[in-house]
Structures are given as structure tokens and as C-alpha cells.
Design a protein around this ligand. Structure first.
Ligand code: HEC
Ligand code: HEC
Length: 484
């Protein structure tokens, strides 16, 4: 079949880039063999690219260093692992509580299915919060895809600002119930008290701090920086200098940290403050590395919607889209949010650091679709996310097992509405990766989604299939867009 000219050119360029990156990797392996510390220096962002001796603009330099960090197989020279023994690093496929693994050697090893920075296979599930030995003691978590992460971070921070604005100003003279509704999503309500306190006991869909946390299956993190920091710690045993510093001055409970990070800091409480995991390496994960990985994650391409071209499939797509609304999927998987500002400032946390990078998702996204133009009618940028950014009770069908010890901060049956953008390329589905098709994923919905599932199952089989055609059009861009 003849290929349109533009596709052919894209393809040539793509093959060229792929071969070139293979070469770079090959050379990298040789360098690692003769001079391992050379390679670890490469993980630190610099403006000068050694091979081309060409000045890079700061965002490009950070992006490249972040990509390197994401793909590198982390070894002892980088501070991999904890508590080295003469037998080598103690690997833990099953996490030991907050301490995690290490369970793998690179970010990429779990985030690759469906393409770069994608999802993970079922057998790559992280086995978190376990006893370090038995799989049954742990919670299974399937690696989600990472595309669009930057836009998700910015959107969540805008929604947080609106939520928090609801409770600002002087306290009311009598207890006042405040509904928390943003862009038609009902996050519940809180009650403001005359003494300035806020009663949040009726809140289930987000945390009492009213910060929308779009990352993690349970909605545990609001920033890519903190998520990546934790991922390095739990999967690779590489500890962040920032955490070490905070541990030293503020103890294990700093304000900014997520509950999971506080738990990690508590777990590593006794050693040398600069080498908490006692592997003899200090400064394993520097601030500039954290900035690089955050910039990298923030600038990953956005998922797209690619309806089928064949006329009968296109008809099915339209029917499926209508069914998505009529059976109530859209009530949780909100198709569109509106973003006001496409910029994000990634900032280093050290007091004397001047690193401050402003990312603009309209032009800075690499290797794929960026944010499209502002839509005058909706007065903002459409974000086709398919999530309401809330947590829901998904019933016994999807619940984690009852906790054995301390009560978890998020109830076992509550999960964040998973964004469905990029869905076609991110199987297997659900938090533990138990479903390989979307039809199966829908069948496991329970709790607040039970009614929607019932309506879906009552549809004629052709309409169910049409709904699946619609879902399969939520995908990654089909060909990488290559920069000229
Ligand atoms: C052993 C497999 C594994 C490795 C290695 C791994 N991840 Fe993940 N990643 C996961 C799992 C599982 C989740 C979901 C965790 C959860 O829900 O709490 C996740 C979630 C994420 C998320 C949040 C995505 C979202 O939409 O919720 C980011 C960002 C991320 N990982 C980045 C990284 C980075 C950066 C590295 C390397 C430092 C890394 N991951 C290494 C398994 C892995
Ligand atoms: C009450 C809210 C709610 C409703 C209604 C709902 N979902 Fe979900 N959906 C969720 C949550 C929460 C998850 C994540 C579950 C988990 O982590 O195991 C999810 C996960 C999914 C997934 C898996 C995504 C992935 O990446 O793993 C698919 C597919 C999906 N939903 C499709 C649908 C469809 C189609 C409908 C309508 C028939 C629907 N959902 C109705 C809340 C809902």
C-alpha cells in the first residue's frame, strides 16, 4: 500500500533516530565497562553535550539528562540499593514496608509497554507495603503509563487553587457548610467553624488538605518531583539529598512530604544523616538530578484521540461515545477539563539554588503532540483527560485486602478515577493489572460504579463493542512526531 509522503518522511527520520540512539547506547556500554564513573557523571545535567560539543539550552539539557536517568540501568556507582553485604545488594521483589525494594534496575524496566514511558506488564507489578518475603503480604500495583504527566500536574494544581480558595478569608460567625465544586465536579463539602478550624469529616474524594493528587492509583502525589524521588527510593534504593537534608533539620515529618515519603524517612531514621540507607554512597540523588527527571516527565508527549478511519468503525465510534455518556462512565471519567495556563515552574529546593525552569507545554513538549491552541469559546486549553480527579469507593470487587496493622490513610476500596487518555496502549488495566481488555476492566467496576457497570452489561452486544471502539481511540500518537 502506498504511503503518504509525509508519513514516509517521518518514518525515515524515526528509523534514523532509532539507529542513532542504539549507537549511543552501544558506546555508552563500552564507556561503562572501562570508566564507570564517567557514566555516572553523565546523569548530572550539563549544558555541554559531550559528543557534539554543542551548547544546549537549559531545558534541552535537563530533558536529556532526565531521559538518561530514566533509561540508565542503575548500578552500585550510582548508590543503588541499601545496606550492601558481601553478597551484593539485598534485592527485595516484595517491598519491606516503606523501605521498598530495590526491585528493579531502571525506571524504564517498568514503564515501557505501548512505547517509551509507557505502562508495565502484569509480571512487572510492584509489590508494595509487604513484609519483604511473601507476595501475599503485599499490595499489587501495575505501572501506569506516564505520557501527559506534565499537563496532569499543572491541571491538578489549578484545581487545587480553586478548591483552597473556597476556604480562604476570615472565619464565618457560625458553622458554614462549603460545597466544593470545580468545573462541575463535586468534591464534597467541608464545614468552616467560627474558631477558624475546618471540619473535613465528610470528605472522601480528596484529602483534608484539599490538594488534588493526580498521581498514583490511589491519588497520593501532586508533584512529579516528589513521585520520582520516591520511585528512586523504593524501586532502586537511591536516596534523595533533599530528603536527607530535611531529615537532618526537621525530623521525619516535614510538611511538604507525602505520607509515603514520611514513612520512608521514618524507616531510615537511625543511620548517618547523609547516608541514611548505609550503602556507603552520599549524595545519590542530587537536586539537579531531581530537577532533570521532573522536567523530563513534565515534557512527555500528550496522549491523543484518533478515531478510526473506516466508515463503519467511525459510526461505531460515535455510538460508543454516546454510550460512554448514557451509561454513566463520563460521570467519573470526565472527558474534558479546562486549563487556564500551560506553564509550570520547576524549582530546585535548596535555599541558595537559582535553578528555576519555566516550562511551556505549548512549545517545550518533546517527541510528540504538545498542548493544542487555546480555545476561545471555553476560555482555556481543553485537557481530554477522562477523569474527575476524585477518589471513589469501588466496592469489594476492586478493594485492597483489609489492612493487617495500622489503618491506611486511604480506605482499601477507594481509588482515583484513572484517566483514560492513552488507554489503547496501556494494558493491562486496573490498579493490579488484572484485566487485559477494557471489557474485563469494566466488569470489575463495583461500589459507586456498580450502576454504570449494570447499564453497560444491559446494552446490546453491538453497543458494548461500539463503546470499546470508542475507548480504543484514546491512544498515544500513532507515529512519533520528529523534530526537524
Ligand atoms: C518496579 C516497577 C517500577 C519501577 C522500576 C518504576 N516505577 Fe514508576 N510506577 C510503578 C507503579 C506500580 C506505579 C503506580 C504506583 C502507585 O499507584 O502507587 C508507578 C507510578 C509512577 C508515576 C505516577 C504515574 C501516575 O499517573 O500515577 C510516575 C511519575 C513514575 N511511576 C515514575 C517513575 C520513575 C521516574 C521511575 C524511576 C526512578 C519509576 N517510576 C520506576 C512501577 C515502577
Ligand atoms: C464511580 C466512578 C466510575 C465510573 C462510573 C466508571 N469508572 Fe472506570 N474507573 C474508575 C476508577 C476509580 C478506576 C480505577 C480502578 C482501579 O484502580 O482499580 C477506573 C478504571 C477504569 C478503567 C481501567 C483504566 C486503566 O488504565 O487501568 C477503564 C477501562 C474504565 N475505568 C472504564 C470505564 C467505563 C467504560 C465506564 C462506564 C461503563 C466506567 N469506567 C465507569 C471509576 C469509575
Amino acid at each position: 500500500m502506498a504511503m503518504p509522503m509525509s508519513v514516509q518522511t517521518d518514518l525515515d527520520q524515526y528509523i534514523h533516530d532509532t539507529l542513532e540512539s542504539q549507537d549511543v547506547r552501544r558506546i555508552g556500554r563500552f564507556i561503562a565497562a572501562v570508566e564507570p564513573s564517567e557514566l555516572s557523571n553523565d546523569l548530572h545535567p550539563t549544558r555541554r553535550k559531550a559528543s557534539a560539543k554543542q551548547e544546549l539550552e537549559p531545558i534541552e539539557a535537563l530533558f536529556q539528562a532526565g531521559e538518561e536517568l530514566f533509561e540508565t540501568e542503575l548500578a552500585v556507582v550510582y548508590g543503588y540499593g541499601h545496606e550492601w553485604t558481601p553478597q551484593g545488594p539485598k534485592m527485595h521483589r516484595v517491598h519491606r514496608g516503606a523501605k521498598g525494594g530495590p526491585d528493579s534496575f531502571s525506571c524504564r524496566s517498568c514503564h515501557h509497554r505501548g512505547g517509551d514511558d509507557g505502562a508495565g506488564e502484569y509480571n512487572e507489578n510492584a509489590l508494595v507495603a509487604g513484609d519483604g518475603v511473601s507476595v501475599r503480604s503485599a499490595l499489587e500495583r501495575n505501572p501506569p503509563p506516564l505520557q501527559g504527566a506534565g499537563l496532569l500536574q499543572i491541571l491538578a494544581s489549578e484545581v487545587t487553587a480553586v478548591l483552597q480558595n473556597n476556604i480562604s478569608g476570615p472565619p464565618p460567625s457560625e458553622p458554614t457548610k462549603i460545597p466544593l465544586i470545580v468545573q462541575d465536579v463535586d468534591f464534597g463539602s467541608v464545614t468552616r467553624m467560627p474558631d477558624g478550624t475546618i471540619d473535613t469529616k465528610d470528605l472522601h474524594s480528596i484529602d483534608p488538605d484539599l490538594i488534588v493528587k493526580p498521581f498514583g492509583w490511589k491519588g497520593t502525589h501532586s508533584s512529579l518531583r516528589r513521585f520520582a524521588e520516591e520511585a528512586f527510593q523504593v524501586h532502586h534504593g537511591m536516596e534523595s539529598s533533599v530528603l536527607g537534608w530535611h531529615r537532618r533539620f526537621f525530623g521525619p515529618q516535614p510538611m511538604f512530604a507525602s505520607q509515603a515519603t514520611r514513612d520512608i524517612m521514618g524507616a531510615f531514621s537511625d543511620g548517618d544523616p547523609l547516608d541514611l540507607d548505609r550503602d556507603g554512597v552520599r549524595g545519590e540523588l542530587s537536586e539537579s538530578m531531581l530537577t532533570a527527571i521532573s522536567v523530563y516527565l513534565a515534557l512527555l508527549p500528550l496522549p491523543t484521540i484518533e478515531p478510526p478511519r473506516a466508515p463503519d468503525l467511525l459510526t461505531a465510534y460515535r455510538q460508543g461515545q454516546a454510550a460512554f455518556h448514557s451509561v454513566g462512565c463520563a460521570s467519573c471519567h470526565k472527558p474534558m477539563w479546562i486549563l487556564s495556563s500551560p506553564t509550570w515552574i520547576e524549582q530546585s529546593e535548596a535555599q541558595n539554588s537559582a535553578t528555576r525552569v519555566t516550562l511551556d507545554l505549548r512549545k517545550d513538549i518533546r517527541n510528540g503532540p504538545p498542548l493544542r491552541n487555546r480555545d476561545a469559546e471555553i476560555q482555556g486549553y481543553p485537557v481530554l483527560l477522562f477523569s474527575d480527579l476524585r477518589r471513589h469507593d469501588m466496592g469489594s470487587e476492586l478493594s485492597d485486602p483489609p489492612p493487617k496493622t495500622a489503618k491506611p490513610s486511604i480506605a482499601p476500596s477507594y481509588f482515583l478515577t484513572r484517566p483514560l487518555w492513552g488507554l489503547a496502549d496501556s494494558a493491562p488495566y486496573l490498579h493490579d493489572g488484572r484485566a487485559v481488555t477494557v471489557a474485563d476492566a469494566i466488569k470489575f467496576h463495583g461500589g459507586e460504579a456498580a450502576e454504570s457497570r449494570r447499564k453497560y452489561l444491559a446494552l446490546p452486544v453491538e453497543t458494548q463493542r461500539a463503546l470499546q471502539v470508542f475507548l480504543m481511540s484514546l491512544s498515544r500518537a500513532s507515529l512519533p512526531e520528529v523534530s526537524q
